[in-house]
Design a protein around this ligand. Structure first.
Ligand SMILES: NC(=O)c1ccc[n+]([C@@H]2O[C@H](COP(=O)([O-])OP(=O)(O)OC[C@H]3O[C@@H](n4cnc5c(N)ncnc54)[C@H](O)[C@@H]3O)[C@@H](O)[C@H]2O)c1
Ligand SMILES: [Fe+2]
Length: 419
């Protein structure tokens, strides 16, 4: 298991300046997006830096749902700044951008695709040391503060891909639930669906003993190793928190207990999936985000079309589970029970349908758009969606059941409408 150090509690952000001082940092890069730049979480960080006499430069140009271009812009900033530490204040978009900026600024001679996941990039192993990074998550979703994963939209292919290496995980994740009180309703919902899917996918991923090939040297061990007894603990616990608190966190911005619980669940699920991996919903979500046409996400203060990550992932979950359940039906049924299904008289062979139905009810109750059609896709887009899923082998191969192109088409078709 590889995870970042974690510190949790209301107000912990005020310690960040001291942490940087303890690290001996002399020139710090603070990253955020320009919407968050106006909000209290960034003020809390900057106050602490100023109070502790930390010299810093601010980069607030992170793109929400980053692209290779926006990553490269941040990398250029980082290279010029020659920073000796990084602080990311934001959701997954900011934390991932900061990881990439740190990696490439620490290896100035490398090409962008060197470290990007194969087969899109070269998937090179990171062997050079990166600078310490502190992540201050402000959404309750990605768990990126705990993982060595940085995701971006690769414009040339119109699909998301990423960089995955334990070497780029933050040194410290500072989980300060006060920051969650500022999140708009749909950001809570969509980032919460990401937690739900991280937990569900890592729990149902191909078991680590069945994944192959076994790496010849531990340095080549992938970040995503398949479901395993340690990740399972984190995944199941995160799923229970989602079942109990997600709806409350969405509907009542004053519900501190619910928002704080989801903030922890995000890190817990991150610890689980950061080592076990995710599988088909994530693999299929990358073209759903990448091929976006005109869909505008409610509550996202941005000027471009986007399908928020959590939404792009959860929308295929009922169809995918109907498909994967025959492989490990007990786990699928257990997940359905945690999400509220009565399984006392359930037959094991119906596990997939039961989990899919439970998820549909869960999503309907939380106002999720009615499938891919509502996100602007039609049947005519299915071949492109399938084509964009094929290079996502890093995750699709972790699905409990292998998929043909035809089966992927069927899964996209079945996700056109949810209800
Ligand atoms: N690295 C990983 O392990 C990992 C895992 C899952 C997803 N991701 C990636 O993370 C990105 C999504 O991240 P996200 O869901 O955290 O959202 P985000 O970072 O994209 O932010 C979404 C919106 O919410 C706003 N926002 C964030 N925190 C706020 C707060 N406290 N108050 C008010 N507004 C706030 C942002 O300004 C932005 O407009 C995607 O690119 C996705 O692919 C990465
Ligand atoms: Fe995710």
């Amino acid at each position: 298991m590889a995870i970042s150090n974690i510190r949790y509690g209301e107000g912990v952000t005020q310690e960040v300046g001291m942490d940087l001082q303890n690290l001996g940092a002399r020139k710090v890069c603070v990253m955020t997006d320009n919407n968050l730049g106006q909000l209290p979480p960034i003020k809390a960080v900057l106050d602490s830096l100023t109070k502790n006499g930390i010299h810093f430069q601010m980069y607030d140009n992170v793109r929400v749902e980053p692209t290779d271009y926006s990553f490269m812009d941040a990398i250029t900033f980082a290279k010029k700044g020659e920073f000796d530490a990084y602080v990311a204040v934001g959701g997954g978009s900011v934390m991932d951008t900061c990881k990439a900026a740190n990696l490439y600024a620490s290896n100035p001679g490398s090409h962008f695709l060197d470290y990007v996941n194969a087969p899109i990039g070269k998937g090179k192993t990171v062997t050079v040391p990166v600078k310490p990074m502190i992540a201050v998550p402000t959404t309750t979703g990605t768990g990126s503060e705990t993982t060595g994963v940085a995701i971006f939209d690769y414009k040339e292919l119109k699909v998301k891909t990423g960089i995955a290496s334990r070497a780029i995980k933050p040194l410290l994740g500072m989980i300060d639930p006060l920051h969650t009180l500022h999140m708009p309703e749909r950001v809570v919902a969509n980032s919460g669906f990401d937690v739900l899917c991280h937990a569900l996918e890592s729990y149902t991923a191909l078991p680590y003993k069945m994944r192959s090939p076994c790496p010849s040297n531990p340095i080549n061990r992938p970040a995503y190793q398949g479901s395993n007894p340690i990740s399972d603990v984190w995944a199941i616990h995160a799923l229970r928190i989602v079942a109990k608190y997600l709806k409350r966190a969405i509907t009542d911005p004053e519900d501190r207990e619910a928002r704080a619980s989801m903030h922890l669940a995000s890190a817990f699920a991150g610890i689980g999936f950061g080592n076990a991996g995710v599988h088909l919903f994530h693999g299929m979500s990358y073209p759903i985000s990448g091929l976006v046409k005109t869909y505008k996400a409610k509550d996202y203060n941005v000027d471009h079309s986007l399908v928020p990550h959590g939404l792009s992932v959860v929308v295929t979950s009922p169809a995918v589970f109907t498909f994967t359940a025959p492989m490990f039906p007990e786990r699928h049924l257990e997940a359905a029970e945690i999400l509220g299904a009565d399984i006392r008289t359930a037959r094991i062979k119906d596990a997939g349908f039961i989990l899919a139905d439970t998820l549909r009810k869960f999503l309907f109750d939380l106002d999720v758009d009615n499938g891919l059609t509502a996100l602007g896709y039609s049947k005519a887009d299915i071949p492109a969606l399938v084509k964009g899923t094929l290079p996502q082998e890093r995750v699709t191969k972790l699905a409990p059941r292998p998929q043909t192109e035809e089966e992927l088409s069927t899964l996209f078709e079945a996700s056109m409408q949810l209800y």
